[in-house]
Design a binder for this molecule. Structure first.
Ligand code: 5GP
Ligand code: MG
Length: 236
């Protein structure tokens, strides 16, 4: 199936439904972190709109940082190895801070598991997760989700509200199913038959000799497993 065959299908959640859910989520988050200061770490690019809209609703002190990580090389099928590419990492120290990781969608859990592993090593005071969407499926990786927007079917490949197909459709204000992209009877290639990445194994495999030590140098995207940890003080 070519990319040209992809079409926007059923709308799952309208702009209004998303906004109403965000109000509720923001209320829950505020309640949890009342009296403290929250550090939101957005997992880009997919969670860009969700994070921004959520943060605008929070009335507690909130800081923001970003991580950019991807497992898809432009379509609906993640890299078969499950390897992720980390192209941006948090700039500020999150040690002893209350960190909330905000991501677009939990599918196998591989992406979030990687991100949580990296952030746990920074010794935050607390580490919680908030995802816009959770795919209803069995997961080998048990990723704790503290706040969730909506559930979607595992067989649906969804786009809009930050989620893309080959970098398109992120700007749709609603969430829709994408039709005509490598669907089988039981689902897309991203569905439950995909084996989640062995996160630790991947990390070990590529851990050697990747780190330059100079956080201010412009780096090429590289596998998340490359042993990079922090880029403290490198950016303002
Ligand atoms: P996981 O690592 O949990 O298997 O996959 C998470 C990532 O895969 C998400 O952050 C997102 O980038 C991508 N992904 C998984 N399912 C979908 C989907 O239905 N639509 C889009 N646009 N991206 C998806
Ligand atoms: Mg993502």
């Amino acid at each position: 199936m070519t990319r040209a065959g992809a079409k926007i299908g059923r709308v799952l959640f309208t702009k209004e439904e998303i906004e109403a859910r965000l109000d509720v989520l923001a209320g829950e988050i505020q309640e949890r972190y009342a009296g403290g200061e929250l550090t939101v770490v957005a997992v880009l690019k997919g969670s860009l709109f969700f994070t921004a809209d959520l943060m605008k609703r929070l009335k507690i002190p909130v800081r923001m940082d970003i991580i950019e990580i991807s497992s898809y090389s432009g379509g609906v099928t993640p890299a078969p190895s499950g390897e992720k590419t980390l192209s941006k990492y948090i700039a500020d120290d999150v040690h002893d801070r209350d960190v909330l990781v905000v991501d677009d969608i939990l599918d196998t859990g591989g992406t979030l598991a990687e991100v949580l592993g990296l952030l746990r090593a920074e010794n935050p005071r607390s580490l919680a997760t908030c995802v816009f969407l959770v795919k209803k499926r069995k997961r080998r990786l048990k990723v704790p989700i503290d706040f969730c927007g909506f559930e979607v079917k595992a067989r649906d490949f969804v786009v809009g509200y930050g989620l893309d197909y080959a970098q398109r459709y992120r700007n749709l204000p609603y969430l829709a199913v994408l039709k005509g992209v490598g669907k089988s009877k039981r689902g897309t290639k991203t569905s439950s038959r995909r084996k989640p990445a062995a996160v630790k194994k991947t990390r070990r495999k590529t851990a050697s000799g990747e780190r330059t030590g100079d956080s201010r140098k412009k780096r090429r995207p590289r596998p998340v497993s490359s042993g990079r940890r922090r880029k403290r003080g490198g950016r303002s």
